[in-house]
Design a protein around this ligand. Structure first.
Ligand code: CP
Ligand code: NVA
Length: 322
């Protein structure tokens, strides 16, 4: 499929991006197609005005480099603006109810991006507010990252359906969103994690159901090499996510020496496999320097694509058409 020429099956129906499980395959393709077009227009130096006069509030309860910069720059490039709101500064961090925060922000801005811990907080913002809510990472999901990842895979491979992605490491927010996003687009996805750190059964069940509907396969296993066999895309993420700093030692013990993308994984994957990592990365832990800084790695193209994918998300949810 040529995504630049993708024709939508129906108008974009989504109001929020809480998890990719809420989006249809058609909506994901619309988003990726628009991202490619916005990226090309940006590179040609065309002026973009899709968000003229609109403001995105960005609430952060956790650290960020890529998400913060890409949303703020993206909103600016589209003619709008973005507000950085750390929960250590705003009243939400002192106990003001989410419902009140949602109602107040809905009177002043046009969309909310939030990075926080509980998925239910995001759902409450969407429930009580009257503007689009975008998930900038929760403990459960990281859908914006996966849209950027899929865009990168498409650019490098010229296709999505029929490929295989292997994720080695913690069954975390990234694993969950990759399971969902890949299974919806007909990409085989295999996750290798140690016992006790496997992705949540509820989300694996969603992915298995998606895979049945979209003709792909979902595997959850313990052996990294089994997951990486014949993979087109190798993916990993940190062993201890934000909020799990106190578990770092136990996690190093559970993952150390085994749950790593290294040269052995590359040698069992397809010869032209690419390596992705959402970043930030810990070289020598979940990935070797030889892989992350080697010829198969496309991590900086992937990071750049956060900007283009999220510009598409903002246009679709907050732009004039929305
Ligand atoms: N990948 C990602 O979300 O990066 P940041 O934590 O820097 O936003
Ligand atoms: N799993 C990581 C992803 C960071 C982008 C975390 O939640 O910290």
């Amino acid at each position: 499929m040529n995504l630049l020429e993708y024709t939508a099956l129906r108008p974009f129906a989504q109001r929020h991006l809480l998890t990719l499980q809420d989006w249809t395959e058609d909506e994901m393709y619309q988003c990726l197609s628009l991202a490619l077009k916005l990226k090309a227009a940006q590179k040609r130096g065309e002026r973009q005005t899709q968000l003229a006069g609109k403001t995105l509030a960005m609430i952060f309860s956790k650290s960020s480099t890529r998400t913060r910069v890409s949303f703020e720059v993206g909103a600016t490039q589209l003619g709008g603006s973005a507000l950085f709101l750390s929960t250590s500064d705003i009243q939400l961090g002192r106990g003001e109810p989410i419902a009140d925060t949602a109602r107040v922000l809905s009177r002043m801005v046009d969309g909310i991006m939030i990075r926080t811990f509980k998925q239910s907080d995001l759902e409450d913002l969407a429930r009580y507010g009257s503007i689009p809510v975008i998930n900038g990472l929760t403990d459960e999901f990281h859908p914006c990252q996966v849209l950027a990842d899929l865009l990168t895979v498409y650019e490098k491979k010229g296709a999505l359906k029929g490929l295989k992605l292997a994720f080695v490491g913690d069954g975390n927010n990234m694993a969950h969103s990759l399971l969902i996003g890949c299974s919806k687009l007909g990409i085989d996805v295999a996750v290798a994690s140690p016992d006790g750190y496997k992705p949540k059964a509820e989300y694996v069940a969603w992915a298995v159901q998606n895979a049945q509907e979209h003709g792909s396969r979902v595997t959850v296993c313990t052996d990294p090499l089994e997951a990486c066999r014949d993979a087109d895309v190798l993916y990993t993420d940190v062993w201890a996510s934000m909020g799990q700093e106190g578990e770092a030692k136990a996690r190093r013990k559970a993952f150390g020496g085994v749950y790593q993308i290294n040269d052995a994984c590359l040698s069992i994957a397809k010869p032209d496999a690419i390596f992705l990592h959402c970043l930030p990365a810990h070289r020598g832990e979940e990935v070797t320097t030889s892989v992350i800084d080697g010829p198969h790695s496309v991590i900086f193209d992937e990071a750049e694509n956060r900007l283009h994918a999220q510009k598409a998300v903002m246009c679709l949810l907050m732009g004039e058409r929305a």
